[in-house]
Design a protein around this ligand. Structure first.
Ligand code: GLN
Length: 252
């Protein structure tokens, strides 16, 4: 009996010590980024890890907060709901800052100027300009501004895919007439598939920003601070060069 009591008290001491240990601020803060790693060079898979331009910016935010960065990879169309339900702390996903979304989330300052472009199959003559999109089959990624843009085209049949890659595959196989998608990922797709090309005419001008939950004013302020800081101290340019391999483009 005596032995049992002493074992019990040992266990008790151990449990107490453990709870003290974890209670004593040894828990590292985490910050969760939500993204869709199908958007090279902003976020894509490499060696089983999510990497990219947006990931580098998110790392700076985590650094500033002294937090560990966790990345949740999900459907692009699920990101805003995940933010609203606090499954994630912020969205960094080449997400275009627009009024419609700003009803649901708060956007940081813009950190990248982007545009929607048209990708076509080189062997087909059906689409040579924006005007030619009328009445055509257009592939887009579900829930994107590319989808909104394509749906505004008169008589177009819009096919929404889970990924831009799937849309591009159907284009290369002649199943659709065009893909409307952001310029930088479009360039990546084209560089890996010689059956397709990008038309010169841009469809939109837009800007990417980081989205945070409407209630999270403090995080929003920190993210803005970080974006400003890295733009001023040259770290933004370094990240740019890392993923675009050239100096930041001048406006054409
Ligand atoms: N910029 C586009 C949007 O915000 C596409 C983003 C993406 O597919 N990751 O809808």
């Amino acid at each position: 009996m005596k032995k049992i009591t002493s074992i019990l008290s040992l266990v008790l001491i151990a449990v107490l010590a453990m709870s003290l240990f974890t209670g004593c601020g040894d828990k590292k803060k985490v910050i969760v980024m939500g993204t869709n790693a199908e958007f090279e060079p902003f976020e894509y898979m490499q060696g089983g890890k999510v990497v990219g331009f947006d990931v580098e910016i998110a790392k700076k935010v985590a650094e500033k907060l002294g937090a560990e960065l966790i990345i949740e990879n999900m459907q692009f169309a699920s990101l805003i709901t995940s933010l609203e339900t606090k499954k994630i702390d912020f969205i960094a996903a080449g997400m275009t800052n627009n009024e419609e979304r700003a009803k649901q989330v708060n956007f940081s300052m813009d950190y990248f100027t982007a545009s929607q472009v048209i990708i076509v199959n080189k062997e087909s003559d059906s689409v040579n300009s924006k005007a030619d999109l009328e009445g055509k089959k257009i592939g887009v990624q579900l829930g994107t501004t590319g989808e909104t843009e394509a749906k505004s085209v008169e008589g177009a049949e819009v096919k929404s895919y889970d990924t831009g890659y799937a849309a591009v595959l159907d284009l290369a196989n002649g199943k659709i007439d065009a893909v409307v998608i952001d310029q930088e990922p479009a360039e990546k797709f084209v560089s890996k598939n010689d059956k397709i090309q990008i038309l010169d005419e841009e469809l939109t001008k837009e800007a990417y920003a980081i989205a945070v939950n409407k209630e999270d004013e403090e995080l929003l302020a920190t993210i803005n601070e970080v974006i400003k800081e890295i733009q001023e101290n040259g770290e933004y340019d370094k990240i740019y060069e890392q993923f675009f391999g050239k100096e930041e483009k001048e406006e054409e």
